[in-house]
Design a protein around this ligand. Sequence first.
Ligand SMILES: Cc1cc2nc3c(=O)[nH]c(=O)nc-3n(C[C@H](O)[C@H](O)[C@H](O)COP(=O)(O)OP(=O)(O)OC[C@H]3O[C@@H](n4cnc5c(N)ncnc54)[C@H](O)[C@@H]3O)c2cc1C
Length: 431
Amino acid sequence: MPTWKNWAGNQIAHPLSIEKPRSDEELLATVVSARERGETVKVVGSGHSFTSIALTQGRLVSLENMSGIVGVDTDAQRVTVKAGTTLADLNVLLDQHGLALANLGDITYQTVAGAVSTGTHGTGRHLTGLAGQITGMRIINGLGQITDTDETQNTEILRLGRVGLGALGAITQVTLQAVPAFRLRAVETPMRVDQLLEEIDTHVDTNDHFEFFWVPHTGWALTKRNNRTEDDVSPQPVVRHWIDKVLIENYGFGAVCAVGRLRPKWIPRLAKALPSSGGREYVDTSYKVFASTRLVKFYEMEYSIPRSHVVDALNEVRSMVDSNGHLLNFPVEVRFTKADDMALSTSYGRDSAYIAVHIYKGMDYQPYFRDVEAIMRTHEGRPHWGKLHFRTAPDLAPAYPLFDEFLQLRKRLDPNRVFANEYTDRVLGPE
Ligand SMILES: Cc1cc2nc3c(=O)[nH]c(=O)nc-3n(C[C@H](O)[C@H](O)[C@H](O)COP(=O)(O)OP(=O)(O)OC[C@H]3O[C@@H](n4cnc5c(N)ncnc54)[C@H](O)[C@@H]3O)c2cc1C
């Protein structure tokens, strides 16, 4: 049996087959034959989810041969891409047309379909996650039908299914609303975390993209402010950029993590050596500022909570880390997005803050993540679908006002559960 594993290496599948269709027709043939034989199909992206969302014991389908631009509407600034296109490739293709995505997360290895299906997001008080930029999709549903959805046809799928967890069908192409290409001025500075939390609304509201990383066992946070600018590109010198973004953020950080795994008691002292370079500032093309190289592997959980809860929730995490004796060598990342209207989006109906916690690969993440999850539950938390969590359908349903409507849509599009796996059984329910 073939083997597939995710980026972090914590999810391994032994599917019946791994298929790499080159066209909608080939993918359709896979879905139709799986349905006839009572098998399941799992379309995977780049395997950058930490949860078992992309695992299957059925037929695993990679869209690595279905990549690239289908069409660009320069007047409407909309681009249609094949679903297997990575965000990294999409950024370059958009740039060639003078366009860009309005916002991105901190890596671009994901496929477009994989990223939107889990509600992938970046930071920015007036911006939603990537799925909020979708204006149309083509999807092969569990009945073996190819369906287009946009503002004029099959609107219910667009309304409810943009964050679909792969449970509604195989997306073969996506149309996204882009914006004119832009540059960002990046300013990164360390701050005392207490002062930062006192002024949090000012920081979030006066920057296009604000985020910070609290360094556990210290009173420090590293802040990142990215703002649109007309100034010319002034990237860091190549060597400095490589030292900061690749060497220190990855290898230096990796060494700290590796030592911490062997000698957990040293972690609080090591934490003080974590990279807070003392500050840097540069201007570059938007997507080059948003995304970084990630070489150090880790496990992650991320919770969305109402933005107004962020100070209390983070302070509770800080106290819990001390009182429960967790020894942590990864910063806690905090980001912000605007409310949206997508049924299973973690930002549905509320301006949100995101609190993300990490553990170095190979270390036991459960005690820390469970303690953080317990805090997030008390703050109306919704877990990122692609990042580790312990929630199940019965306690997720009340967190999503349109949960039942999503399940009804799923019943219509995939009545035989061709696209189900253990993860969708767990978080959506088997029926
Ligand atoms: C280092 C790292 C950094 C990250 N940074 C961020 C971040 O900044 N912000 C954030 O929100 N998340 C982040 N993530 C999480 C990541 O964006 C999501 O887990 C995303 O879903 C991964 O995309 P993928 O292409 O790897 O999809 P996969 O993990 O392979 O699949 C995810 C889901 O999408 C479905 N899917 C994929 N393709 C299709 C298709 N064609 N049709 C239907 N369903 C499909 C799969 O079935 C599965 O259910 C990060 C993850 C890592 C490992």
